[in-house]
Design a protein around this ligand. Structure first.
Ligand code: SF4
Length: 356
């Protein structure tokens, strides 16, 4: 597998940095990779006015992801209960992403731009995880995992992309190797072969995010093409990762069931016996958002033809006050049942961990 250079996704021209992050050893290592970038010190990595508050930035959504990076200190790394993709969420790796999936929920909270913010104090997050694990009793088996307490380490970004810029993902994977009864997990839409050398020893679960390829071409902007993501699964299993599948977001359009059936049948053809033996999946239907819809219309209106389908959707006020859009409640149960039926038919080795 060819190693992607950071230049495949980045041509950094501006790095906004909190002073402590820029001065840290990790920050210095990152800055040294981009000597041509202008460094602007900022009081806080969060809500940098030149990024978040300029409406015209929405038209340059993907360009900003290529040209801008933020370095910060995660003030209070925390562990929160999850119960779906993981038992717990460990914050502190990054926030924001150089990929540009049009439905990305991280972007909903980031105003008019969502480049990567890398946190340089990873060890504080890892210390928080160790303290948290020490308070837990033995794992009670659940849908997340039978044996380990599972920590999501990539909630607000894509660690395979972050690994092009920093050693944070490698440090986190190495950390979890030594955590008895605990395991890390993150979802990804980017194949970075550097991760094959991190020696996770089964203590990191990567969730490759998959959907029909022609839909991904429209909505998964800047990501690794679907065929390459699928082709990487066997290699990641062989390299010591547990690999699960993240069928997400499931988007409804005319002909969607045939496309998913084809995807499942293709996986059945190409996955190795070792990959199938450890396989499980999560299925997550699309949730969209009115504000993000408006931003997307400015830089990628074609994608909104797929995402914004009011004839099948209903609105709901989110906890933060935004208007979220999802498939109608009465219909949703039937949609979930249909996809699970197709998966059981074509790829019976793949257990569904949860679906909603
Ligand atoms: S890979 Fe994840 S975090 Fe990155 S843009 Fe896509 S959905 Fe958002």
């Amino acid at each position: 597998m060819t190693q992607p250079a950071a230049s495949a996704l980045f041509n950094l021209k501006t790095i906004y940095a909190e002073e402590a992050a820029a001065a840290s050893a990790r920050g210095q290592a990152i800055l040294a990779q981009w000597p041509q970038a202008q460094v602007e010190l900022v009081p806080s990595h969060w809500q940098i006015p030149a990024l978040a508050q300029i409406p015209a930035n929405a038209e340059a959504w993907a360009k900003i992801k290529r040209e801008v990076l933020v370095l910060g200190i995660k003030k209070r790394p925390e562990v929160r209960v999850n119960g779906r993709s993981a038992d717990y969420i460990l914050s502190g790796a990054s926030n924001g992403c150089a990929l540009a999936c049009v439905y990305c929920y991280v972007a909903r909270r980031k105003g008019y731009a969502n480049p990567i913010t890398l946190f340089t104090n990873t060890e504080d997050a890892l210390a928080a995880q160790v303290r948290h694990l020490a308070r837990l009793g033995p794992k009670v088996p659940n849908q997340v995992d039978a044996d380990c307490h599972v920590y999501e380490i990539g909630e607000n970004g894509d660690l395979s992309v972050d690994a092009l810029l920093t050693d944070v993902p490698e440090a986190m994977i190495a950390h979890f190797r030594l955590q008895p009864g605990a395991k890390a997990t993150f979802a990804t839409k980017f194949v970075n072969p550097a991760l094959l050398g991190y020696d996770p020893q089964g203590k990191t679960r990567i969730r490759f995010s998959l959907m029909p390829a022609h839909v991904a071409k429209v909505v998964d902007v800047r990501t690794t093409p679907m065929a390459e993501r699928i082709a990487a699964i066997n290699d990641f299993v062989a390299a010591g990762y547990e690999v699960h599948l993240n069928f997400s977001p499931v988007i409804i359009y005319s002909g969607w069931t045939q496309d998913w059936a084809q995807l499942f049948a293709h996986l059945a053809d190409v996955l190795s016996p070792a990959a199938k033996a450890q396989l499980a999946a999560e299925i997550i239907y699309l949730t969209h958002n009115a504000e993000l819809h408006e931003i997307n219309l400015q830089w990628h209106p074609k994608a909104e033809d797929l995402l914004w389908t009011p004839q099948w959707q209903e609105t709901k006020q989110s906890q933060t006050g935004g208007i979220n859009v999802r498939y109608r409640h009465g219909q949703k149960g039937r949609l979930v049942a249909e996809l699970k039926r197709l998966l059981a038919l074509h790829l019976p080795e793949c257990r569904v961990r949860y679906a909603f």
